[in-house]
Design a binder for this molecule. Structure first.
Ligand code: URP
Ligand code: ZN
Ligand code: ZN
Length: 472
């Protein structure tokens, strides 16, 4: 059915204007004023902002990790994402050494196919580079449209790859046109520090942070960035948490290296002291990299404002407090790492960022949607509001005040990491390819309606548009 969005303020990464949007066949067919179409349903966005649907480039749904499986799957996770204004996610497909990549991708298709209520793509984890992997990667790109590879520099004996694997992945990605993503922490030194802490009887959640110091994130970020420069390849550093890592990314970019950085709401709002909460509550705040000392938050906000960090991912990786996080009650290394964020990503950035004057409205759109679309081969189909793009839209009330809480969220977990945080702003209605998924704050979507996205190759040129210049 045709729809016209009227009376709202349209916001893209470049512009803010009063306008109307005509939607036909799931696409935006006109942007203008006084639009008419016979039989069109009118969506009244009076008093609201109209954003391109959020793109979350970093989720872990239905993922085995830390001796358990993330609580949110592709159904609950994407429903929660939609309530929060996210209309596309890119999830991490885990691979197993020695197994064909296509098996892992098949597993992720099975997890998502009949469940997702918004559109989705996959990044592919690279744990080894050998002839079989090299033979398969061109097919992964051509047939699956998976154009981003993830290498873990941490989680020794679990996901961690060595430097040779990272470097060869960068070289391969350069040839194939893929973007390499890294979890940048020095896993070897962390392994030593965690064993030492446990041997000294230090088992509480705070030791998770104390054994993963910021220096080790900075070191790994700098190492990966240097490798990217040496390989002439492209690198995206996920979940940047601290000043040391920002400094390395900024330095690499100033040298002209094609290096990008993502941070997440938890690092902007929460800090290391949360891990000291009594009654083991600190386990709720165990992420890797860990929450940092509070002063890092200003550095991260400044990096978002100045463009040294370019995206906001959620790193959604949710575990119940009861029955999952408490696997580590006697040993912090057994606390599953990660938290529930997928739903609150836009609201937190809008409230803490735009409303508090830290970033502009257009930067908000770029950080939550447009830049991810450009980096991960989805632009301009996704990530903006223009004729010809998918009608993925968020009708957002910028003035409503509310409190984030597990009692009202839609994620499947038994706690909210931002419990009690007052935010201003909330999505009212959310459309994916012109169809409501959330209408007047009610879920009206259908599991399985989300489409798998084959993504285009990484292009450095796409990163530069008329009204922006990069320091690279
Ligand atoms: O603690 C985290 N970040 N859990 C998710 C897995 C990862 O490292 O991204
Ligand atoms: Zn990670
Ligand atoms: Zn992650």
């Amino acid at each position: 059915m045709k729809k016209i969005v009227k009376n709202g303020t349209i916001v893209t990464a470049a512009d803010t204007f009063q306008g109307e949007i005509l939607i036909e066949g799931g696409k935006i067919t006109q942007v203008g004023t006084n639009l008419n179409a016979i039989g069109a349903e009118i969506i009244d966005a009076k008093g609201c902002l109209v954003f391109p649907g959020g793109i979350d480039p970093h989720t872990h749904l239905d993922m085995p990790f830390g001796g358990t499986v993330t609580k949110d799957d592709f159904e609950t996770g994407t429903v929660a994402a939609a309530f929060g204004g996210t209309t596309t996610i890119i999830d991490f497909c885990l691979t197993n050494k020695g197994e064909p990549l296509k098996n892992a991708i098949q597993t992720w298709h099975e997890k998502s196919r009949d469940k997702a209520v918004i559109d989705y793509g996959f990044h592919l984890m690279i744990s080894e580079i050998n002839q079989d992997v090299l033979n398969e990667l061109p097919q992964v790109i051509a047939e699956e449209g998976i154009t981003s590879f993830k290498v873990f520099m941490a989680y020794k004996h679990v996901f961690q790859a060595d430097d040779e694997t990272l470097f060869r992945t960068l070289v391969t990605a350069k040839d194939l046109g893929a973007l390499v993503m890294v979890h940048a922490e020095n896993g070897d030194v962390i392994d030593y520090l965690t064993k030492k802490a446990l041997a000294e009887g230090n088992t509480a959640p705070i030791y998770h942070a104390l054994t993963r110091p910021a220096e080790l994130e900075g070191e790994a970020t700098g190492r990966a960035a240097r490798f990217a420069g040496l390989a002439g390849s492209q690198l995206y550093v996920v979940h940047v948490s601290c000043a040391e890592a920002v400094k390395q990314i900024a330095e690499a970019r100033s040298k002209g290296f094609d290096v990008w950085g993502e941070t997440c709401p938890q690092y902007l709002v929460l800090d290391q002291s949360y891990l000291e909460k009594p009654n083991f509550e600190g386990a709720k705040y165990v992420w890797s990299p860990p929450l940092r000392e509070k002063w890092n938050q200003d550095v991260l906000w400044n990096a978002l404002k100045s463009g040294q960090l370019q995206t906001l991912g959620s790193d959604q990786c949710s575990f119940d407090f009861n029955g999952q996080k408490d696997l580590g009650r006697d040993d912090f290394t057994k606390i599953p790492n990660g938290g529930p964020i997928i739903e609150d990503r836009l609201s937190i950035l809008f409230s803490e960022g735009v409303k508090k004057g830290r970033i502009s409205l257009n930067q908000f759109v770029d950080l939550t949607s447009t830049r991810a679309a450009k980096l991960f081969g989805l632009f301009p189909k996704k990530g903006t509001i223009a004729v010809g793009t998918d009608a993925d839209l968020v009708i957002f009330d910028p003035n409503v005040e509310r409190v984030l809480s597990a009692e009202t969220h839609h994620m499947a977990v038994d706690y909210n990491a931002f419990e009690g945080l007052k935010v201003t702003g909330e999505p009212v209605s959310v459309l994916v390819r012109g169809e409501y998924v959330v209408r007047d704050k009610q879920f009206v979507g259908k599991p399985g309606s989300g489409q798998y996205l084959k993504r285009a190759k990484y292009s450095r040129n796409t990163q530069i548009s008329q009204n922006e210049t990069l320091s690279i």
